[in-house]
Design a protein around this ligand. Structure first.
Ligand SMILES: NC(=O)c1ccc[n+]([C@@H]2O[C@H](COP(=O)([O-])OP(=O)(O)OC[C@H]3O[C@@H](n4cnc5c(N)ncnc54)[C@H](OP(=O)(O)O)[C@@H]3O)[C@@H](O)[C@H]2O)c1
Length: 305
């Protein structure tokens, strides 16, 4: 069955279920995963420069010869490319790795900057750079005029940052990609984004490998009632809120399963409110306390806005 589309605030259509690719090549099977995903009906693929596997994705896609206009390819610029003069070059590198002429959506991966030489996942507070996010966003806006991106958006942006950024924008972000699963429901952020025309894409929609959403007794009971899997319940809950999801799987069976949405009743959907825990898989402040403001709006100073 084809995946439904969500219309972004610029009229571009984005399939509501995409394939996550973080750590998707640990067993060297990414090309096979991409082929199975495309054969199963995935057209939206979530990539990022920092995942280090865009070359494999690009060569797998070029071999499959799917018409480019049927695909929705997302990527993200890493924090060491936030200086405005580095943004277009960062996009060019991504396009080269993916063997593409354009991206459907380019995101700022995180709302803080790192020094240009810091291009890995391991860094300290000394590596933080002093680049206002609005300057990076203006460089993103300029990319729309090059034809190398169809849409631009953000990731891991909280409400306070968006409230400060939007009045300074020419283009409102089309998407905010954030961690959303039944244990981290982020209602206030989701409401704010939806009211302002920013579509939410939920990452780690299954809780990833650390957050035990799929072992939750309530989710398991709903899965049993619908004769489906806990993963399908978690994904269907997000989709029912108008949130796109990008589950990652390397298993052919699970890849297909994750595309099959189930209709949850209004009562079932209401009961999800009882299981939220504000439990995150991803939080850079666990390593660097200077980044605590990212997910803690009440304490937020939101530097560099
Ligand atoms: N913007 C950001 O900062 C950010 C941060 C994190 C992630 N992301 C994006 O979001 C994507 C998804 O997040 P994620 O990969 O961390 O976590 P996830 O998709 O929530 O969970 C992936 C885990 O669930 C397993 N799984 C998948 N389908 C399943 C099913 N039907 N039943 C049981 N287990 C299942 C996978 O194992 P198998 O592979 O063995 O099936 C894997 O261990 C990433 O791949 C990445 O593209 C973005």
């Amino acid at each position: 069955m084809p995946v439904n589309n969500i219309k972004l605030n610029n009229g571009v259509l984005m399939p509501e279920i995409g394939l996550g690719t973080w750590k998707a090549n640990e067993e060297g099977t990414l090309a096979k995963t991409i082929k199975t995903a495309i054969d199963s009906g995935y057209r939206h693929i979530d990539c990022a420069k920092i995942y280090g596997n865009q070359k494999e994705i690009g060569s797998a896609l070029s071999e499959l010869k799917v018409p480019r206009n049927e695909l929705f390819i997302v990527s993200k610029i890493w924090q060491n490319k936030h200086r405005p003069e580095l943004v277009e070059g960062a996009l060019d590198e991504i396009l080269e790795e993916l063997q593409l002429e354009y991206l459907d959506l380019l995101l700022i991966h995180w709302p803080y900057a790192l020094k240009p030489e810091c291009d890995g996942l391991v860094f300290t507070a000394d590596d933080l750079d002093n680049v206002p996010i609005v300057d990076t966003w203006k460089a993103m806006e300029a990319l729309l005029d090059t034809g190398k991106v169809r849409s631009i958006g953000v990731s891991n942006f909280n409400k306070a940052i968006l409230e400060s950024l939007i009045p300074q924008c020419r283009i409102v972000p089309a998407v905010n990609q954030v961690e959303i699963h039944p244990y981290n429901q982020a209602n206030e952020l989701v409401d704010y984004c939806q009211k302002n025309g920013i579509n939410i894409t939920g990452y780690c929609p299954l809780g990833g490998s650390k957050v035990t959403v799929m072992d939750d007794e309530f989710i398991k009971s709903v899965a049993e009632a619908h004769a489906c899997t806990p993963a399908q319940v978690a994904l269907s809950w997000a989709l029912s809120r108008g949130i796109a999801v990008i589950p990652k799987s390397t298993s052919p069976i699970r890849l297909k399963q994750n595309l099959n949405k189930v209709d949850l009743s209004a009562d079932e959907l209401r009961m999800f409110a009882k299981i939220t825990k504000h439990e995150r898989k991803v939080d850079p402040a666990r390593d660097i306390k200077e980044l605590e403001w990212i997910f803690h709006e009440d304490k937020a100073q939101c530097p560099l806005i």
